[in-house]
Design a binder for this molecule. Structure first.
Ligand code: ADP
Ligand code: ZN
Ligand code: MG
Length: 475
């Protein structure tokens, strides 16, 4: 019998902070400017310069820590992480090492190990054939990105499937976006995710040897990459081989995983305390200001929409991840005598028409009128089908749903005399169906409902149609 394995996953996420200037100098952040136009002696690492910590980046770091339930270190320090690479002009990266800004914490079902602040490296641009030196391709460096503030979030190894990793990363991304601390764009690299993956026999508590998948730049690739790595490790163990600790690259095009390098160790970097920076000591005022800047977060909003408004989980999730729609939904729900479920349905319908990115508050459909539409359906004055047509018109004109329903002849037929005649007509035209019903096939009645609805242009109430059919057929 073969062993069943359980995946164990921990994520390391780098978030570019949306500050005005860089982490340790006054250069403005770069968004696609000409290469090497956003640099100064500090971020170029020229001799005789001194770094100064960006207060906005510290505030964002504290906000992230508080939002994720971390403890804010009363005193944290920066270290130099030494290595040589052309994207690092100083020969070291300023980062936090043994005392990070934030410790512990939890988001959703995943515990946070730590969050620390550091600076980004520059960007290597591969110059192609025009830049050949001795027959090999050369690269040039754009230092605009060098020194951009980063927060690194490290989770505990609490994740047990690729899909859980992807969903959790989406929750984290949305949380950071709503905090306003980052653009969190994976394609553009302002949110970057490395996944540490190992497997262990199901039921065992120990941890297997892990590998680290570097820099997957979309949610889909994160899930695909982790699944590919779980499959690779499982195949290794099943054939009696072992997993080697290493750093890997997942290629989404081929689906293949390749080795980048053997795993480096912390001591390889010769970390030592940055002598040019004072320790980071957040004051009570800084913490209070960060706390005050935190809006309601998506996980809390989702829970509130489920518990206070009774929304189904999917709808609650949608409105929590699109808070503009969530706020609009709340207005409709309040207008609509607290029939929040109906409000949820009609706000979702409106969202389909306007597009998720639209701001419903700017649309011609004001909350009170959308609530009125839900009310018309609830009171059976308009069928759900007709209400969709009414909503189309509301989006165009901003008119009141009652007026539209009236003008377009979309109100439910009040006059059961008229409906009764239509029912009689459809019965007489479908004698074959009637035979089947009389012969005991009650389900065949459904075949008469369609033509009746067509004749009434969807204005008939379904319950009333059924009642009249039974009455006239005597079944
Ligand atoms: P390293 O020292 O190799 O960088 P860390 O202990 O700092 O490892 O952990 C880095 C990340 O890897 C964290 O997100 C952590 O949760 C995760 N991790 C650690 N051990 C394992 C493991 N055996 N399997 C999966 N993930 C792990
Ligand atoms: Zn600079
Ligand atoms: Mg580590």
């Amino acid at each position: 019998m073969s062993t069943e394995y359980e995946p164990v996953i921990g994520l390391e996420i780098h978030v570019q902070l949306k500050t005005r200037t860089k982490m340790f100098c006054g250069c403005e952040l770069s968004f696609g400017e000409e290469p090497n136009t956003r640099t100064c002696p500090v971020c170029l690492g020229l001799p005789g310069t001194l770094p100064v910590t960006n207060a906005q980046a510290v505030q964002y770091g504290i906000m992230m820590g508080l939002a994720l339930g971390c403890e804010i270190a009363p005193r944290s320090i920066f270290h130099r992480k030494n290595y040589f690479y052309p994207d690092l002009s100083k020969g070291y990266q300023i980062s936090q090492y043994d005392i990070p800004l934030c410790l512990g914490g939890q988001l959703g079902d995943v515990k946070i190990h730590r969050i620390h602040l550091e600076e980004d490296a520059a960007k290597l641009v591969h110059a192609g054939s025009s830049g050949r030196i001795h027959g090999s391709e050369s690269s040039v460096v754009d230092y605009n990105r060098g020194g951009t503030p980063l927060a690194e979030i490290v989770t505990e190894p609490d994740i047990h499937s690729a899909e859980q990793a992807r969903d959790w990363l989406q929750l984290l991304r949305e949380t950071l976006r709503q905090l306003g601390v980052s653009d969190v764009n994976m394609e553009e690299g302002s949110l970057r995710c490395d996944a540490n993956v190992s497997i262990r026999p199901k039921g065992s508590k120990g941890l297997g040897t892990k590998t680290e998948l570097k820099n997957m730049n979309s949610f889909r690739f994160v899930a695909q990459g982790i699944n590919a790595e779980i499959a690779r490790q499982t195949a290794l163990l099943e054939s009696g081989e072992q997993v080697t600790q290493e750093t890997l690259h997942y290629d989404p095009v081929s689906g293949r995983i390749s080795s980048l390098r053997s795993k480096e160790e912390a001591h390889d970097y010769r970390y030592f305390p940055e002598p040019d920076l004072v320790p980071l000591v957040p004051t009570p005022e800084m913490i209070a200001a960060a706390e005050a800047a935190i809006p309601e977060l998506p996980a809390d909003r989702e829970a509130r929409y489920e518990s206070d408004f009774g929304l189904p989980r999917d709808t609650a999730h949608l409105f929590a991840y699109e808070p503009t729609w969530g706020t609009y939904f709340e207005r409709v729900a309040v207008e609509g005598d607290r029939d929040a479920k109906a409000a949820g349905i009609w706000v979702t319908e409106l969202r389909t028409r306007l597009g998720a990115d639209a701001d419903p508050h700017q649309s011609p459909v004001v909350p009170a009128q959308l609530a009125a539409l839900a009310g018309l359906v609830g009171a059976k004055k308009v069928t759900a089908g007709s209400a969709r047509t009414v909503l189309d018109k509301m989006v165009e004109t901003g008119d009141h749903p009652s007026d539209i329903a009236e003008a377009e002849g979309l109100t439910v037929m009040e006059d059961s005399g008229e409906l009764s005649q239509i029912v009689a007509k459809v019965i007489s035209e479908n004698q074959d169906v009637v035979e089947r019903i009389r012969g005991g096939n009650a389900k065949a009645m459904g075949a008469l409902v369609g033509p009746i609805m067509r004749e009434t242009k969807g204005r008939a109430d379904g319950g009333e149609v059924n009642r009249l059919l039974r009455e006239q057929l005597g079944v």
